[in-house]
Design a protein around this ligand. Sequence first.
Ligand code: FE2
Length: 213
Amino acid sequence: MQQALSEMSPSAIIATGDLVHAGGAQVYRQFLSIIADTCDAPLLCLPGNHDFAPEMIEACLPMQSLNLGAWSVVGLDSHEDDVPKAQVDAAKRDALFSHWGEQTAQFGLLATHHPLLPIGAPWLDKDRIDDPESLMDELIAEGGPRFAGAIFGHAHQVIQGHYCHRPLLGTPSTAFQFLPRSKKFAIDERPPGYRWLTLGDDGQIRSQVRWLH
Ligand SMILES: [Fe+2]
């Protein structure tokens, strides 16, 4: 947080899941207070496979959407408590489409925990969201904000993909990284990282990754 805030002042912070490894509502409250003590920007939290939704709700973590001028950032809950694989059933998809359609901003950024594309690491790729193309096709066709791209976590590495000319961006972990393109679990030597997003009035997303030094 200190390094990031020395670079720029964010309009919002998006935490893309696995906020804690274990610990209960008290640890989520601690997470919230660490953010609030260093920065007053609004926060959007997504639940990851290591998170427990009832405890996140008990700690009052903001988990729905962010309104940022011409942009809405809308969260998709891709997790099931303590299950590595993405769990996005019809009810979660419908909740996303309905929430997306209610947004009045011009552009929309989807934020979720699990990857929306294969990343070339089989042990992680088996966890990704099933049939993400149909989900994104529906967002493109949906009324409401124009679907302009997506961000996600889970992969513990930098991912830069595309779908229909929209960027799909995986952010590195703020803890340890996984070795890119590894066939099995392996830790990379890269330091903790984070990603800056600039959401332009033209609907373009510009982004850069920073590593802790
Ligand atoms: Fe994860």
